[in-house]
Design a protein around this ligand. Structure first.
Ligand code: FMN
Length: 235
């Protein structure tokens, strides 16, 4: 056990405990940095996730510079502020209120000591050697036999990244860090991309601020009963 802990960067925690106790954390001890050893153990945990045909399309941009993180959050805040004003200007009060909610929901990460931007590469297949949009076109041109390859050669990469991310959130939790999976900043994805110089072939998937939680006393949002989310198919 101790040997495994050392090899994997620490943090052995019961699986059920990790799953149940992980919370989205939105306030961090901003002066406690995360050592690279831990960052890499967290990304390593992500890389053990399943991915479509094991292509491992995930790529992670790790932002450690506090000023960059703070200015990214400020940009997101300002854009939602502008959107809320525009909605008010058109008399759209409910929409404006929603934008004001989003303003903080998407920009609370200003004080996080670390931000991981999870991206995906497009699906590639070494045998086919052609872009997947071409694969879809070509298969459609074969005639309608009732198939659509889009979910398995286009959208599949995002699903793979999401699988890696949950592993990462659990690993971070087991090491004592708080995280929050966020897609809010994607609303200003182009600006975020420019600020970080993200390569053109990468698609942004999720933003993960991370740090030691300011408080671990965070209430768990309720879950629906299993009976409400399950339907046994009857033949
Ligand atoms: C796809 C996705 C997008 C999310 N985006 C945001 C976000 O932009 N801002 C935020 O504060 N939380 C975001 N969350 C976190 C959810 O609000 C949170 O997971 C949910 O309320 C349940 O709380 P828990 O994670 O503490 O169990 C997101 C979660 C997921 C899975």
């Amino acid at each position: 056990m101790v040997q495994r802990e050392e090899e994997e960067g620490g943090g052995i925690m019961d699986l059920d405990e990790a799953i149940r106790q992980r919370r989205s954390i939105r306030k961090f001890k901003s002066d406690v940095p995360i050592p690279r050893e831990h960052i890499e153990a967290i990304i390593q945990a992500g890389s053990w996730a399943p991915s479509s045909t094991n292509i491992q399309p995930w790529r992670f941009i790790v932002v450690e510079d506090r000023e960059t993180i703070a200015s990214m959050a400020q940009v997101v805040y300002d854009k939602f502020q502008a959107l809320s004003k525009a909605a008010l200007g058109k008399g759209e009060k409910r929409l404006a209120a929603f934008c004001r909610f989003l303003r903080s929901y998407t920009s609370f990460f200003a004080d996080a000591p670390l931000l991981i931007v999870a991206c995906t590469k497009p699906y590639e297949n070494p045998v086919l050697k052609m872009p997947m949009s071409t694969v879809i076109e070509k298969t459609k041109a074969l005639g309608d036999v009732g198939t659509d390859l889009t979910p398995i050669v286009m959208d599949t990469v995002q699903k793979s990244v999401a699988m890696a991310l949950q592993n990462m959130l659990l690993k971070a939790h087991s090491l004592g860090y708080g995280t929050c999976a966020m897609d809010g900043p994607l609303a200003v994805g182009e600006t975020m991309r420019e600020m970080l110089g993200i390569e053109d072939d990468l698609e942004l998937v999720m933003f993960i601020p991370m740090g030691v939680p300011e408080s671990t006393d965070v209430e768990a949002p309720e879950r629906m009963p299993v009976g409400d989310v399950i339907r046994y198919h009857s033949a």
